[in-house]
Design a protein around this ligand. Sequence first.
Ligand code: 13P
Length: 256
Amino acid sequence: MGQDKRRPLLAANWKMHKTVSEMEEFLSSFLKMVSGIDDRDIFIAPSFVCLHDMVKLLKGTQVEPAAQNMFYKEEGAFTGEVSPKMLTSIGVSLVILGHSERRHIFHEDDELIGKKMESAISHGMRPVFCVGETLEEREKGLTSTVLKNQLSRGLQGIKESDTGRVIVAYEPVWAIGTGKTATLEQIQEAHALLRSEIGKLAGEDIAQKVRILYGGSVKPGNIKDIMGLDDVDGALVGGASLEPESFAQIVRFEEN
Ligand code: 13P
């Protein structure tokens, strides 16, 4: 695997943070800090309120805008929802789906997430598909069962050949926003399991191409070691992506 290591991807999930002016302020510093870095992918998922302005501000840069969620229908009577057609019409093709906060706070289940995955792919988008176990599931020894189930249900409606367009994010629920990062062994074990399951579902070639990100209390101080793991191809960062300095340090992970 070493010689054809996948292209690193460092991703910011801003969750429900930042107004439009705070987003502009962030970008005016951050873009300078990462200018010229072209050997890795960077994306930022702001709130929907910021997204269209962000698309314009990121034009001509190597940083891509992403959505934090979407519904699976193109349009209709779905109050409060945003559609794949709306996102692609403003130039957004990356979308985070199945985030643990969507699963646990907003009760999205595997079936709904599966429909969103299918819809994202059929609209030519690239879903960032999140999976992860709760602390209770880990303590009961259910981690691999939970990950396999979430993965297979999320990918169920997607053709094998399209699976290569999916980015997977492993985010153990107990490590999100808690300051409690999973150990390197736990991360590598989960990522290797996910890659091997992707291999069973879509073939080994695709499994070797799919990028698997780790998320959960990633910071400038731990990103280098995490990125050093064989099956980790990037990170999905919450809290530490809100300050330009700290997200730029994460992007330049080798220098930490
Ligand atoms: P934190 O980096 O704040 O733990 O959040 C991780 C996350 O949920 C990214 O999607």
